[in-house]
Structures are given as C-alpha cells and as structure tokens.
Design a protein around this ligand. Structure first.
Ligand SMILES: [Zn+2]
Length: 75
C-alpha cells in the first residue's frame, strides 16, 4: 500500500531491498537498505504467509553477501 505523503525533499532516499521503492526511513543491513514498512512486514509475517517467501528470497541476497564478505575480509 502506498501512502501519499506531503512532498518532502530528502537527499537520503535509498532503494529498499524488499519493495524496491525509494524510502527515507529504514534499517541498514550491510550495504542493503530495508524500509520500515518492509521491516514491519517481515517481523509480522507468519511463515504461512505467501509474502513471507518473497521476503526470504530477498533476504537470501543479504545472506549471500554476508558469506562473501566473511570470505573476503574477517572483521
Ligand atoms: Zn520496502
């Protein structure tokens, strides 16, 4: 669902990993960005929810990055 918000110029818009829309509020996971709406959706999703699989699929990208980063450099 899209909320029509009053136009507010932000320089910090980032593409959300899940919904692929530009959002200004969210969390950073490595070099990925997940907006607050999608973060809530993920948290509230039941495993039987159809949407949950999509989220898992997207989040797999993050996991892949995590693994490749670990191979690349150890923190
Ligand atoms: Zn999103």
């Amino acid at each position: 669902m899209k909320n029509i918000m009053p136009a507010k110029k932000q320089n910090s818009l980032q593409d959300c990993l899940i919904c692929e829309e530009e959002k200004d509020r969210g969390i950073h996971l490595l070099n990925y960005f997940i907006c607050v709406e999608c973060e809530k959706d993920i948290v509230q999703s039941e495993t039987e929810d159809r949407g949950y699989k999509l989220y898992l699929d997207r989040l797999r990208k993050v996991k892949d990055t995590l693994i490749s980063m670990k191979e690349d450099k150890v923190h």
